[in-house]
Design a binder for this molecule. Structure first.
Ligand code: DOR
Length: 324
């Protein structure tokens, strides 16, 4: 870090952030968003059709690698009935359950030292009193049972949004946007709507208190503007192009810039065993960055479509001076 003194740095050089849960999509959106960051880390399998076999994941990885040759992608698979316990040791990928799982799946994964990435929400069910505001909290009992039954299984509760989750889980990740928004920010604002939804101010405060214990699941989830602004907005917030300056802005405000590198890179890389050192660095300076209103989705099929980033048309406190 450099600056007038070590407590008020005006510039920082860091290794590139790693994105521990990126949605890189397909087609024109994939071509647009994949080169925007250097998302070393797991790429999510919720494509059309979803990635359910190792071969599908390998083929998808080749497409991503072409768009971003220096990035280390971890391909993930949906845990699905075709992935039998006998096959699990042969898989190289973390798995993301699609809802069909058995105890023998978990046991086989534990044996193989695999990572289980969980979208930890119970499905909404009015009869049981479950809705999007308590769906994560209601899931925590299941998570505890799973952990007790398979204590060595490496479970990540993805995108924790509640105080209860960060206080009661063994390992969880956190998104950039959940460090900023609460219910009031997404109600009536489709570009802030995601799943799980952002919760109460005390939940956001609890997430902000944990920067040294968690790693960000960037969960940059781009959708075309038309899908976000349609009758039933698609869930997802697009943060890739501003992630690192945004995190610097927040950590500066919280007076813990010294924890930034661990949060955006080191802890997650250690967890996933990614190679060190990471390729390239990024130098940030404390100068305002004007976030664009939207980015064009490239490709002839996209027909003038755009994707709107988090914090669109606002200024954030840090910007990128140099990348290497
Ligand atoms: O907000 C979300 N967006 N939550 C998910 O679970 C999926 C993701 C997406 O793929 O857009």
């Amino acid at each position: 870090m450099s600056g007038e003194n070590s407590s008020t740095p005006t510039s920082i050089t860091l290794p590139w952030a790693s994105d521990f849960h990126c949605h890189l999509r397909q087609g024109a959106m994939m071509e647009t968003v994949t080169p925007m960051g250097r998302p070393h880390g797991p790429a999510m399998p919720n494509l059309t059709p979803p990635l359910t076999t190792t071969q599908m994941a390998v083929d998808y990885g080749k497409k991503l690698q072409k768009l971003a040759p220096n990035v280390h992608f971890i391909l993930t698979l949906y845990l699905n009935p075709a992935l039998t316990p006998a096959e699990i040791p042969r898989l190289q990928q973390p798995v993301y359950p699609s809802g069909v799982t058995t105890n023998s799946d978990w046991g086989a994964m534990q044996e193989a030292n695999m990572v289980l990435c969980l979208h930890g929400e119970c499905p909404s069910d009015a009869a049981k009193g479950i809705c999007i505001l308590n769906a994560e909290e209601r899931f925590l009992a299941t998570l505890r049972e799973l952990h007790q039954a398979f204590p060595k299984l490496r479970i990540v509760l993805e995108h924790a949004t509640t105080q209860a989750a960060v206080e009661h889980t063994v390992g969880c990740t956190i998104t950039a946007h959940h460090l900023f928004i609460i219910i009031d920010d997404w109600a009536g604002h489709p570009h802030h709507f995601c799943k799980p939804v952002a919760k109460f101010p005390h939940d956001r405060d609890a997430l902000r208190e944990r920067p040294s214990a968690l790693f960000p699941w960037l969960d940059s989830a781009p959708h075309p503007r038309s899908a976000k602004q349609g009758e039933k907005p698609a869930a997802g917030v697009f943060t890739t192009p501003i992630l690192i300056p945004l995190m610097a802005t927040l950590f500066d405000k919280m007076e813990c810039l010294d924890k930034l590198e661990g949060f955006i890179s080191t802890y997650g890389r250690q967890f996933y065993g990614l190679p060190e050192p990471i390729d390239g660095t990024i130098t940030l300076v404390r100068l305002p960055l004007a976030v664009p209103a939207a980015y064009a989705v490239s490709g002839s099929a996209s027909d003038g479509e755009t994707v709107v980033p988090f914090m669109a048309s606002t200024e954030i406190g840090w910007s990128i001076a140099k990348t290497e």
